[in-house]
Design a binder for this molecule. Sequence first.
Ligand SMILES: Cc1cc2nc3c(=O)[nH]c(=O)nc-3n(C[C@H](O)[C@H](O)[C@H](O)COP(=O)(O)OP(=O)(O)OC[C@H]3O[C@@H](n4cnc5c(N)ncnc54)[C@H](O)[C@@H]3O)c2cc1C
Length: 386
Amino acid sequence: MTVLDLLDLDPSLTEEERQIRDVVRRLVDDRVRPYVADWYEEGRVPARELAREFGKLGLLGMHLNGYGCAGASAVAYGLACQELEAADSGVRSLVSVQGSLAMYAIWRYGSEEQKQRWLPSMATGESIGCFGLTEPDHGSDPASMATRARRDGDDWVLTGGKMWITNAPIADVAVIWARTDDGVRGFAVPMDTPGVTAREIRRKMSLRASLTGEIVLDDVRLPADAQLPEAVGLKAPLSCLTEARHGIVWGAVGVARDCLETTLAYATTRTQFGRPLAGFQLTQAKLADMAVELVKAQLLALHLGRLADAGRLRPDQVSVGKLNNVREALAIARQCRTILGANGVSGEYPVLRHANNLESVLTYEGTSEIHQLIVGQRLTGLSAFA
Ligand SMILES: Cc1cc2nc3c(=O)[nH]c(=O)nc-3n(C[C@H](O)[C@H](O)[C@H](O)COP(=O)(O)OP(=O)(O)OC[C@H]3O[C@@H](n4cnc5c(N)ncnc54)[C@H](O)[C@@H]3O)c2cc1C
């Protein structure tokens, strides 16, 4: 237990939950932390290698049952996301997109054949999945998507494009959401299907240790059984987003904790005006406010995780968590940056990398504004979306 656990929350976790958290923390300490600053600087990540490592530990599709998945609780999955994101949001994104978006979509909405075909190899990290909802012209408003799927005999033919798709450049399968004459439907699209191309998006200033791509679908012909039979309408992809957002609620806690741990260590050893930075009242005020926000975020994540495990978690409650925890983690990362002074802008310390990563986390899986609108709708009964 660290000094940052101001409310003694650690004993609120079960022994098993603490063990899972500690195992993931050790893996991340060993396989990610020593290298991630270089990956970030170079804008690359050994995603396949990492996926296999994470697969060995059962982290891919961790909260799903069967098909080689670990069947862990929502809290255990959240704790894994927390530890992954404490190292880097991009590395957590690899796991979230694989497990909560691509695997969950197939697990929840796929046919038995699709599940058998994809899930076991995705659980081990042999196959990589991605999730294509966002388009160049349609982000927050996926109901307006332009990608079309039309019937041609028994086949489907997909035309359109998806943008900002995590894991796309290396994916073996993409879950693609497209408009049909009967509304939105989902498709499991092998990335080697003729007409599918993926281009990596370069020059990102955020999530640089994560692969992001654009997918072009040029008259992609798929057999009828590529369609996810249980996915009917936009609520299907939105339910996948709820899964992934829950992981982000926890991941944000990990980032905030890492920033604060780094900053506490720095402020207690760096001396100016003859005393450690941590001895100044202004620094202590910053540290205290940040530590209070951290424990609030932890409480919120744990509460939502327990609701999920009880089968009672509503999407608008996940919005409360994503809105608060990402916003506060970003504020903490920026504030920590000030305490590190010039060193705060150096890649030798993780805080500005974390802050830059959180700019993406703030935007993907529903922007903060969209989560405000979801909470606003819950409060007022009025939808301000349309
Ligand atoms: C690194 C990265 C990885 C990503 N990975 C994936 C992925 O794997 N799969 C995927 O499908 N997508 C992915 N995305 C896309 C992400 O989900 C979208 O960027 C996000 O939904 C926002 O869409 P947009 O960027 O088009 O912004 P827009 O929708 O154009 O919004 C721009 C701004 O306008 C605001 N806005 C929009 N509508 C309203 C409104 N009604 N009221 C008030 N404000 C509004 C938004 O909040 C935002 O501030 C990723 C994005 C990034 C940056």
